[in-house]
Write a protein that binds this ligand. Sequence first.
Ligand code: FES
Length: 274
Amino acid sequence: MFKILKKEELSPSVFSMDIEAPRVAKKCLAGQFIILRVGEEGERIPLTIANFDREKGIINIVFQVIGASTMALAAKEAGDSIVDFAGPLGQPSEIKKFDGTVVVVGGGIGVAPTFPIARAMKEAGNKVIAIMGAKTKDILIMEKEMSEVTDEILITTDDGSRGIKGFVTYAVQELVNRGEKIAQITAIGPVIMMKSVADATRELGIPTVVSLNPIMVDGTGMCGGCRVTVGDETKFACVDGPEFDAHKVDFPELMSRQRMYRDMEAEEKDHICR
Ligand code: FES
């Protein structure tokens, strides 16, 4: 059993939890993820690690309530436990000193997994800029934490209530316009956002990585649930990823698979809430 040490509501329906998981915390690296199960009967939930404290043996996760399983997780409180917390899984981010500025782009709760990447990139000696996007200012998360590990933050909101009005791609364009020499962008967030960033940076010639979080079942490359097409090759996000070259990902296929699962999840949530 894995104990929940702390629970915080970051914005409506978005929660942060500190989980006691010393073995995961000892080994995990930026960009990796865990798969948890709330109870014996529960579905497996893949979540990219938002933060870790090796000494205290704590992993921080950030999740949004979108279906039955995340609803069950959100119902847990500090002091409660969850049955499974497997990890670290997947390949870590490529962290090195780049020839130019490193930009992390987080949309919605995608900001959370960009945090350990930004921190590791900074520790590797890079200039790091974070672009954080949200629908409105009230649901921006982790701004303070991100400001502590980056050189600059650009905020975008759909309604213009904070920062640049519009999408995260506007902020990327702003950096390009002012002559920032961007060596790499890592974008994490809704698939449609990652696709937009990929389309924009392809034209701008900026190497871009996205972290994919499709449906996962076993997390070991055996079930095929997390299959994605990257550069005409079939890859499994759980073992080959979760990060891939954004310019090679087949986003239309990924979006259609996600739609299928989302409908099933909505039905299940409906069933539970009735
Ligand atoms: Fe089963 Fe990746 S989750 S192959």
